[in-house]
Design a protein around this ligand. Structure first.
Ligand code: ZN
Length: 475
């Protein structure tokens, strides 16, 4: 059963100002303690990579489960794992409370595992010691994604304190413990706990806002295709002094086929790929040059706005070539060359279809009749949110109200692979990818941090959203 709000003025999807005021007051009163709790979580180095102590993930899951238990609003709070290929995954926290009186059910996602600290010498403050500086809290996981957990906790408690413990909204919580290690058991966890996770709306609090004071909803992620292929011109290598000039080495057709993947202007030249357009945002060529370290004399590639090229169009990168390295090279005409290319595909494009188009292009553009064969490939699905859903509208309006600036829709040029699992297991759910991070958070890098004013606004926005959901009338 899917919730849809009744179409009348009471169900206007703009939150009432009283709700925003109340949420602001409730979040304000508790914010100091939230930051302290965030600090306690940062001190637990729960890393799901093989080389790290899994006991920290247990401690981390226990600390997070206790936070959700202490809200007092759930019928069940459990620490669970799913097992794939005989190997259990990292502990996740699963909490549930049923919806009543025809109200919607909302699933809140975040993850409690973090990236390894990396080179500790590059940290200006200790990686696992929360440190306040310049209006930010520094520490591994302070942003990604322990801030997401704290946004959920703060929003749930504001909902409870505003609407009373007996509120009607259904709530599930899924705090994963292995996101940074590739979400190995994510799909199995969804399948095994489908009953408790099923929801009308899924809030994935693991993306970013456009700026500390400009909120964003992430409405699209590009998909990805990688393909290894080999080009062959002879049965075996021959002396370049004997046959050079009449017989092509494998690199001659290889560089030509690779060059054919972009047109003169640098657009991806593979026929039939899709693209979508984004609202233009203040991001200049200067920003792009600085952020990417592009050399002054080197031009950008591709046509269209920067946002469209980074988020809405395909991009192709040659990510590896097998051919002798310079150090061991000799005067030989070589018979084979291999390459791996990575094709990021536009939201809305089926990656299997893109893979086929890529292969077709490579075959058609390999010159001199050289043989081409395909090796390993990988595909990852793109994501394109349905911004016309009631929950997207309510979320955009809640964000705008909380931050005092209009929310923007953004894309991500990369992917969050587990989003595809969510859409497959819960095809009717509306997925809202929200942000706690901001453009300076440096997730995954040394000196990760969260902007405190931005975090507070993210908490208010989620509280406004949940309180408003609890007041919606079903159609
Ligand atoms: Zn994350």
């Amino acid at each position: 059963m899917t919730f849809s709000p009744k179409q009348d003025t009471a169900n206007n999807l703009t939150p009432r100002p009283e709700i925003t005021e109340e949420a602001k007051r409730l979040i304000d009163e508790t914010f100091h303690n939230r930051v302290a709790t965030l600090g306690q979580l940062v001190r637990i180095p729960g890393i799901a990579w093989e080389a790290f102590d899994p006991a920290n993930l247990d401690r981390s899951a226990e600390a997070v489960a206790k936070l959700f238990e202490d809200t007092g609003v759930f019928d069940s709070v459990e620490i669970k794992t799913a097992t794939v290929d005989g190997k259990p995954g990292s502990p996740a926290v699963l909490a549930h409370r049923s919806a009543k009186n025809g109200k919607p059910h909302v699933l809140l996602y975040a993850h409690h595992d973090v990236q390894p600290p990396g080179d500790e010498a590059l940290w200006e403050t200790p990686a696992f010691e929360p440190t306040a500086k310049d209006g930010r809290i520094f520490g591994r996981g302070a942003a990604d994604d322990k801030a997401g957990i704290m946004a959920h906790i703060a929003a749930i408690e504001a909902l409870r304190d505003s609407q009373g413990e007996d509120f009607d909204l259904g709530l599930s919580v899924f705090i994963e413990g292995e996101e940074e290690a590739g979400s190995r058991t994510f799909r199995a966890f969804l399948d095994e706990n489908k009953d408790k996770l099923a929801a009308d709306v899924i809030i994935v609090a693991d993306s970013m806002n456009w700026a500390p004071d400009v909120p964003a909803l992430t409405v699209s992620l590009r998909g990805n295709v990688t393909q290894i292929f080999t080009i062959r011109t002879m049965e075996h290598a021959v002396h370049s002094g004997m046959f050079g000039g009449a017989v092509p080495d494998a690199m001659i057709p290889m560089v030509r086929v690779l060059a054919s993947l972009h047109d003169e202007k640098g657009n991806v030249a593979i026929e039939g790929l899709k693209s979508v357009s984004f609202q233009d945002l203040p991001y200049t060529e200067e920003n792009l040059r600085k952020d990417s370290s592009l050399l002054p004399a080197v031009s950008q590639i591709g046509e269209g706005s920067i946002m469209d090229r980074l988020w809405g169009k395909s991009s192709l990168t040659v990510i590896g070539i097998d051919y002798p390295s310079v150090a061991v090279s000799s005067n030989t005409i070589l018979p084979t060359a291999s390459a791996r290319v990575s094709l990021r595909v536009a939201p809305g494009q089926d990656p299997d279809e893109a893979l086929e188009l890529l292969q077709k292009h490579l075959v058609a553009n390999t010159p001199f009749g050289a043989e081409i064969s395909f090796g390993e490939f990988e595909t990852g699905k793109a994501f394109l949110a349905d911004s016309s859903g009631w929950s997207s509208k309510l979320a955009m309006n809640s964000l705008s109200a909380a931050f005092g600036n209009p929310a923007v829709e953004i894309g991500i040029g990369g992917s969050i692979p587990f989003i595809a699992d969510l859409t497959e297991v819960f095809p009717d759910a509306q997925i809202l990818v929200t942000g706690v991070e901001d453009s300076d958070s440096r997730a995954h890098s040394p000196n990760e941090s969260i902007h405190l004013a931005g975090l507070k606004n993210a908490m208010v926005a989620e509280a406004v959203f949940l309180i408003s959901c609890n007041q919606l009338q079903s159609s």
